[in-house]
Write a protein that binds this ligand. Structure first.
Ligand code: HEM
Ligand code: HEM
Length: 141
């Protein structure tokens, strides 16, 4: 049971990395290094949506499992706090993406969208280490 959360998060991270590689093509276009057609606009949005939905579902499963096992949730210390931070940052980053997809954004917003989403992946790397530690030491067997 304790593995369900990491597996859903892993699926989310794969979707997110793929979304990020598609976004990079748009960034290359903006710098004049790729044609506009290199950026698959709709596919980027589709995979971005899958990413944020899986991230939320995976995190809620983690919270639900802690709740079920120990009573109160958000008690795993750093992993819980960093997890909430990640959820907030990606929710903001992808909501800017939604604005951009409705053509309501500027180049500046696109850069902020990119900065928040790429930057948060650095925190995700830390969170994966914290998660593996949690799985190993706090949930033996
Ligand atoms: C629901 C989720 C998402 C939606 C709806 C979305 C939408 C968009 C749209 C419409 C653009 C084009 C903006 C423009 O040039 O006017 C864009 C650009 C971009 N997106 Fe996303 N996106 C999402 C998630 C993500 C994620 C998770 C990442 C990174 C991991 C990402 C990275 C990028 C990058 C790097 C660009 C290029 C920015 C630039 O040209 O300066 N996006 N996104
Ligand atoms: C983006 C990455 C991740 C986020 C946002 C995240 C978020 C969370 C949250 C919010 C909780 C609930 C904590 C609590 O209520 O105290 C949790 C629990 C947990 N997380 Fe993560 N997590 C991530 C990645 C990982 C990874 C990669 C692993 C393991 C390899 C992991 C292992 C665990 C474990 C073992 C729990 C306890 C509950 C359970 O096993 O379902 N997490 N996580």
């Amino acid at each position: 049971m304790a593995f369900i959360h990491p597996l859903v998060i892993l699926a989310a991270v794969i979707c997110g990395i793929y979304t990020g590689t598609l976004g990079w093509k748009r960034f290359q276009y903006k710098r004049g290094k790729a044609p506009a057609s290199a950026f698959p606009w709709q596919r980027h949005i589709r995979w971005g949506r899958r990413f944020i939905i899986l991230l939320w579902i995976g995190s809620l499963i983690g919270i639900g499992y802690v709740l079920y096992k120990t009573g109160p949730a958000l008690t795993t210390g750093l992993h819980a706090s960093v997890g909430i931070l990640i959820l907030i940052l990606f929710s903001i980053g992808t909501s800017f993406g939604l604005l951009l997809s409705k053509k309501k954004g500027t180049d500046r917003l696109a850069s902020v969208h990119m900065g928040i989403n790429y930057g948060t992946f650095i925190i995700v790397a830390v969170q994966i280490v914290l998660g593996v530690l949690l799985l190993t030491f706090f949930y033996p067997g």
